[in-house]
Design a protein around this ligand. Structure first.
Ligand SMILES: Cc1ncc(C[n+]2csc(CCOP(=O)(O)OP(=O)(O)O)c2C)c(N)n1
Ligand SMILES: [Mg+2]
Length: 385
């Protein structure tokens, strides 16, 4: 670990910093193998441009290919969310549900930037993240509906999905709690030295939670391979961002601890993808953690069915008009990247996949009471196995 009181001057001078750090590591060497971090220079925030910024996409691949992958992923989460909300609105089943409408581009970008073996910790508003991470829709739908075939055998429900074999390590209803878990995952990856990266997602409101502040600092000083993705929908339950913090520049939370931070337009899929991809690559290369703030807007209530009257109508309508899934489809056509036939064929495939997932969930057995005490700490039956 670096000397805690390393001055800004030393931090900015690589040769002096290396010397100081080296002697500090030698004096304070611990078996963890944690190395002194390379410099964390504040970089200029990228200019947010149009949703179809070719320059942004080119830095990570062919814009047309990236766009198609993003679109398919966004479309999958939108279709699954619609199907699950229909279950709620018809009264077929009851479960907590936190709409991701407006977040699709952010979630899809995270999924595209990560390797299957990379770790993810997310929140109760997780649907897009888990779809993007590659968790099969069947397992997600079954978990939401409380079926034995769900990712957590129907015992976690919509706020506690996990699929460690796919890198989905934690989904939590405790605001800010995913970040310290991600620090542990990042530390594990660093010690294993196998190039894994951890990503943690959280809302704007969570940036005012102590656990996030502590995690940012720890990740920075330990130079963890960790990407913090703040999904800024500008509301924390019923409170708007400007009502719960004087400093709405959320990237400054990370910059305050010496971490590179970027702010992107949450309605601009290629822009977000370029930023998240760069952050993940940087973390993987051992250059330390990065904070990405994606600015979107919550057009629905905090949870499914909760009222939304306190949200200014003009702000909500403006955001609805920018619906990332609809707008991105149009952009792809306008750019001439793909034809209507190609996109319609993706739409049809996705709708069929979601129909199959819902049918699978509905036809699976509800999780029986005797299953409830399995897989729980202290369960004697399990410990004997
Ligand atoms: C530690 C903690 N405090 C309070 C809550 C209650 N709570 C649930 S969601 C939420 C709002 C969080 O807002 P934000 O981080 O912006 O995420 P969003 O719901 O907008 O995605 C709060 C305060 C909680 N679940 N956990
Ligand atoms: Mg929020």
């Amino acid at each position: 670990m670096c000397p805690p009181l390393l001055s800004r001057g030393l931090r900015d001078d690589p040769s002096r910093r290396a010397l100081v750090c080296e002697s500090y590591v030698m004096q304070n060497s611990r078996p963890t193998g944690i190395r002194c971090p390379p410099p964390h220079f504040r970089k200029e925030l990228p200019v947010v441009s149009s949703p179809t910024s070719v320059a942004a996409a080119e830095s990570v691949g062919t814009p047309a290919d990236v766009a198609l992958n993003l679109y398919r992923s966004m479309r999958r989460m939108r279709a699954l969310e619609n199907a699950l909300q229909k279950v709620l609105s018809t009264g077929e089943a009851r479960f907590p549900s936190y709409p991701i409408r407006g977040l699709e581009a952010t979630c899809a970008s995270i999924g595209l930037a990560m390797q299957p073996s990379d770790y993810l910790s997310t929140t109760y508003r997780c649907l897009g993240d888990v779809v993007a991470k590659g968790v099969p829709l069947r397992g997600i739908a079954a978990e939401f509906l409380g079926r034995v075939t769900g990712t957590s055998k129907g015992k976690g429900g919509s706020m506690h999905l996990s699929a460690p074999e796919l890198g989905l390590m934690a989904t939590t209803g405790i605001v800010g709690a995913g970040a310290p878990i991600a620090c542990g995952l990042g530390l594990a990856a660093q010690l294993e030295g196998n190039g894994q990266v951890a990503v943690t997602t959280f809302g704007d409101g969570a940036t005012s939670i102590g656990a996030i502040a502590e995690s940012l600092n720890l990740a920075a000083i330990w130079n963890l391979p960790l990407v913090f993705v703040c999904q800024n929908n500008q509301w924390a339950e019923h409170t708007s961002i400007s009502d719960y913090t004087r400093n709405t520049e959320l990237t400054s939370r990370a910059e305050a601890v010496g971490m590179r931070a970027v702010r992107v337009d949450g309605f601009a899929p290629l822009e977000i993808h370029a930023a998240v991809q760069a952050a993940v690559e940087e973390a993987r290369a051992g250059q330390g953690p990065v904070f990405v703030e994606s600015v979107t807007y919550r057009t629905k209530g905090h949870s499914f069915g909760s009222e939304n009257r306190y949200v200014p109508a003009e702000e909500r309508k403006a955001a609805e008009a920018r619906d990332p899934v609809v707008a991105f489809r149009l952009s792809i056509l306008q750019e001439g990247w793909h034809s209507e036939d190609t996109l319609s064929s993706i739409d049809a495939d996705v709708d069929e996949e979601v129909r199959d997932a819902m049918e699978f969930a509905r036809s699976s057995d509800p999780t029986p009471p005797e299953e409830m005490l399995r897989d729980v700490y202290g369960n004697q039956e399990d410990s004997r196995r």
